[in-house]
Design a protein around this ligand. Structure first.
Ligand code: ATP
Ligand code: MG
Length: 417
């Protein structure tokens, strides 16, 4: 039987894991300086969690969710994104009773049944943050600034921060009417989905990826011309803060997020170095979502980063793959016993030690040491045991030094630091 991973779902092998670990470490480092804590959320939820929040007429809910009946005949879904699960947890655990804002980050896989292609998988990973409990656009600016700081640390170049406001439940209906007015006479140019969206959720037409629809909606009115005074003030102050922080951004009034829960601020970061799937992170405000889940009115904002896309951007310049500190080649039975104990002692002191196993020739052990990229190598045979000293081979410098066996650890620690 030949078995393969499912289409659009791939393994992250060890070498790439180092790169991911590097990205994750930088995220933790930066998020901590802004006061974020980690939250670990389940990857499976009741389907309703996503339908209610992301929106029934979004592409994610209509076409992309991994939804099935479990053995108890409940409809469950592999999460397509993190915010809905997070807000569900926030309300379930009454986190709104804690001092606000509450700031969290999460790492993990998301699942969307999309057409697999470069930069688009069916299981992909996001790193996201959520901050709840503050209306002040200063929080929006801080969140965007944190993302910019992070991308600089990661070494992403050519990123563009695109920004807009998509209003709130006050102003969006006015915009919806204006949009419908504009679309009315050209509706026949749109796909079937859009014709349906026209009646139930016209804003979703702006997010349609079908080519004729993209063309047919050219020249449509912008939501930013319809903002109520509260949203418009929020947007203006956010831009002031971004200017104060000297964060460059591009206004993109056509930026519509693929999820219905967003309000006011919406943003997306794209990279010119990526192909068609060029968004590396996206986010925005969701001031009504906590209430939607039965909590008290609590504003919120968050973003999610696409890990695969970040990794693909920096993989060529990444040199952080770690290597073994020491490889010990034992020769003979006594040396093998001695090596077992010796390796344990060195590991207890924090060194990364690998050894050869019973029966392997010196040549094959050296080959393995080379292949795993060991930094130093020692050979232990009868002679070495008798004398109590070994030759320490530097695998990069290609030279040897004689070292007392009981000084190996301190010698290596000194050399490696
Ligand atoms: P896109 O426009 O690329 O479809 P999106 O608006 O659906 O993105 P979000 O839901 O905002 O994406 O997710 C945030 C980030 O997660 C995206 O900017 C992207 O980097 C990443 N992402 C989203 N979907 C996928 C996918 N199927 N495969 C890989 N990464 C993805
Ligand atoms: Mg998408």
């Amino acid at each position: 039987m030949k078995v393969k991973a499912l289409k659009g779902i791939r393994d992250i092998l060890a070498l790439e894991s180092y790169l991911w670990y590097h990205i994750e470490s930088l995220c933790r480092e930066v998020f901590k300086t802004y006061g974020y804590h980690e939250i670990r959320l389940p990857i499976i939820e009741a389907t309703d969690v996503f339908i209610r929040s992301i929106g029934e007429t979004t592409d994610i809910v209509e076409k992309e969710m991994y939804t099935f009946q479990d053995k108890g005949d409940r409809s469950v879904t592999l999460r397509p994104e993190g915010t809905a699960s997070f807000v569900r947890a926030f309300v379930e655990h009454h986190l709104y009773t804690e001092p606000l804002p509450q700031k969290y980050y999460y790492f993990g896989p998301m699942f969307r049944y999309e057409r697999p292609q470069a930069g688009r998988q069916r299981q992909f990973y996001q790193i996201g943050i959520e901050a709840l409990g503050v209306k002040d656009p200063k929080l929006d600016a801080e969140v965007i600034s944190m993302l910019k700081t992070l991308f600089e640390k990661i070494g992403l170049k050519d990123t563009i921060f695109e920004l807009t406001s998509i209003g709130c439940s006050q102003c969006r209906p006015n915009y919806g009417s204006a949009l419908k007015n504009f679309l009315k006479n050209r509706l026949s140019l749109f796909c079937e989905d859009c014709q349906r969206r026209y009646e139930i959720n016209p804003l979703r037409i702006l997010d349609c990826k079908v080519k004729p629809c993209i063309e047919a909606r050219q020249g449509s009115p912008s939501i930013t011309d319809f903002l109520c005074s509260d949203c418009s003030k929020h947007f203006e102050r956010l831009r002031d803060y971004l200017n104060l922080l000297k964060i460059p951004y591009t206004l993109n009034p056509n930026l519509v997020r693929g999820l219905d829960y967003y309000t006011k601020t919406a943003f997306e970061v794209t990279s010119e170095s990526l192909g068609a799937q060029n968004a590396v992170a996206a986010g925005g405000r969701y001031d009504g979502l906590v209430e939607e889940f039965g909590g008290p009115p609590t504003p919120g904002i968050g973003f999610a980063i696409g890990v695969e896309r970040i990794a693909s951007l920096i993989k060529n310049s990444f040199t952080g793959q770690e290597c073994h500190d020491l490889f010990i080649c034992p020769l003979g039975h006594e040396a093998s016993d001695k090596t077992l104990i010796f390796a344990e002692e060195l590991r207890a002191k924090g060194l990364w030690v690998e050894t050869g196993y019973e029966g392997a020739s010196l040549r094959s052990q050296m080959r393995r040491a080379n292949r795993i990229g060991a930094r130093y190598v020692i050979v232990i045979g009868e002679d070495e045991i008798k004398k109590g000293e070994v030759k320490l081979k530097d695998m990069i410098g290609k030279y040897e030094t004689t070292v007392d066996m009981d000084k190996i650890c301190e010698t290596l620690i000194k050399k490696l630091s």
